[in-house]
Design a protein around this ligand. Structure first.
Ligand code: NAD
Length: 458
């Protein structure tokens, strides 16, 4: 789509929004239900597209892409009425006699920009929230997972009115043009660097943004943990989607007294879980560029375990690196692939301060049997979200707002938090006219001031 067509699209969505029909609860519910039934009826096409982009199995596609969307839609459908209801709040004495209300109000025309690593989920989850909140939406899926992008465009654009919900495909050029327009909300998922570009562009129009970015998420493994369960959950979370998961544990900080045992068990479980395309439990690296980027991150002399590489099929095996330091190449940027650096520590305080020197991570995982350790790490390290004695699964509880902090993003979504991300809380003081004390009107006097101070208790 060229610039002129994008401008026209936004104009049409503005007009649509101004008809107020997207604000009707019945309309929102109907569109959400429609989206769910379309996704269900097009599951096979989505499975094929994901397979083309990732060699990802139906099992993985359902559990990591579609399941969350279906539950998100069901929750929004059942709760949207409650979420969007005007709420009465208290009124202070100074404003007597009056009632005070908060009206959750849709922001208007919203732009959602998706990332490639979970291209279905990361495109539609913000869209569900935007529709539930009563907005119109333009979705720009990632061009990197191109097969999925095409299917998404096809199924949305042939089923929804362009002025309400439309998909625009394209890369940097199209996204740049989209960012030049004046949206009422921009929701971006992607890298920290592009997040900066989006934030700058949004600032030009004072458009509010949610930025879902990335970073290096640590997993602390302490000697009091249940080591077998810890290793199971860490291996699963790291190698899911071949490590191309924004909240995958990026690296491990293991207490040095259990390092050897941890490494042995880690290797054992990686071998047992047998990450391969044939087992339907592994995916390929998204493209050659990322494959080579990942290869370049490995320091051969620190490889503790590695499977066999197959460049032709972009099969990148699980690689574990041990005796890693924060100064190593692998610790300089988010890995976003199946390489697992293992660092050790003696004192928890030192481990915490080392992690705190890096930008605030999107996730943090704490494996421990001691509640004091858990409390300490949660209290001392700032991170987007995380889990104690698990990885990844906090994303699957819609009562937990999902998002980053600092470099890993701003704002959050899922469940009610998603609805709020696309909503303005409009405050209204509704004053009665039967009383109109003259105290606030000029001419002022010391006596009036004394009364005001008395009323305020100041
Ligand atoms: P990316 O930033 O390269 O791309 C994201 C989107 O931005 C794409 O739609 C792309 O077309 C667009 N884009 C790329 N370059 C642009 C430019 N110069 N100007 C304007 N738009 C541009 O990110 P990615 O490679 O798709 O995703 C990987 C990153 O996303 C990782 O850092 C990962 O941690 C992060 N991520 C975060 C979350 C989260 O929920 N917080 C989820 C998935 C991925």
């Amino acid at each position: 789509m060229d610039k002129e067509s994008l401008k026209q699209l936004l104009k049409e969505q503005n007009m649509m929004f101004n008809t107020n029909s997207t604000k009707e609860i019945v309309y929102r519910v109907q569109k959400l239900k429609k989206l769910k039934s379309i996704l269900k009826s097009k599951e096979d096409e989505l499975y094929d597209a994901i397979y083309k982009d990732f060699k990802k199995s139906k099992f993985d596609t359902f559990t990591t892409e579609l399941a969350l969307l279906y539950t998100d839609i069901d929750e929004a459908v059942s709760k949207v009425q409650k979420w969007s209801k005007r709420k009465r709040v208290g009124t202070n004495l100074l404003n007597f006699p009056a009632k005070s209300y908060i009206y959750p109000e849709p922001l208007g025309t919203c732009l959602v920009i998706g990332a490639w690593n979970y291209p279905i989920q990361l495109s539609f989850a913000p869209v569900i929230a935007a529709i539930a909140a009563g907005n119109t939406v333009v979705l720009k899926p990632s061009e990197v997972s191109s097969a999925v992008s095409h299917v998404i465009a096809e199924i949305v654009n042939s089923n929804f009115d362009k002025s309400f919900f439309h998909v625009v495909e394209g890369g940097v050029e199209v996204t740049t043009s989209l960012l030049e327009l004046k949206w009422d909300k921009i929701f971006f998922t992607g890298s920290v660097n592009v997040g900066r570009i989006v934030y700058k562009a949004a600032a030009e129009n004072l458009t509010p943004v949610t930025l879902e970015l990335g970073g290096k998420s640590p997993a602390f493994v302490t000697k009091s943990c249940n080591l077998d369960v810890t290793v199971n959950r860490i291996v699963w979370g790291k190698f899911l989607n071949a490590g191309q998961t924004c909240i995958a544990p990026d690296y491990v900080m293991v207490e040095s007294s259990i390092k050897d045992e941890f490494l042995e068990k880690l290797k054992e479980r990686i071998i047992e879980m047998d990450f391969s395309f044939a087992n339907d439990n592994y995916v390929q690296i998204i493209n050659d560029k990322n494959y080579q980027r990942l290869k370049g991150m490995i320091s051969e002399n620190k490889v503790y375990y590695s499977g066999e590489f197959d460049e032709a099929s972009r099969y990148f095996p699980p690689v574990v690196m041990s005796d890693v330091n924060f100064s190593d190449k692998i610790m300089q940027e988010e890995i976003f692939g199946p390489i697992f650096p293992i660092l050790t520590y003696d004192k928890l305080s030192e481990a915490i301060s080392a992690v705190k020197k890096l930008p605030k991570p999107l996730a943090c995982y704490i494996f421990t049997g001691e509640s004091s350790v858990k409390t300490r790490i949660v209290d001392e390290i700032s991170f987007g979200g995380g889990a104690v004695n698990d990885t990844i699964m906090h994303i699957a509880n819609s009562s937990l707002p999902f998002g980053g902090v600092g470099n890993s993003g701003m704002g959050n979504y899922h469940g009610k938090a998603g609805f709020d991300a696309f909503t303005h809380q409009k405050s209204v003081l509704d004053k009665a006219t039967w009383l109109d004390p003259s105290i606030k009107y000029p001419p002022y006097s010391l006596k009036k001031l004394r009364i005001i101070r008395w009323v305020m208790g100041a």
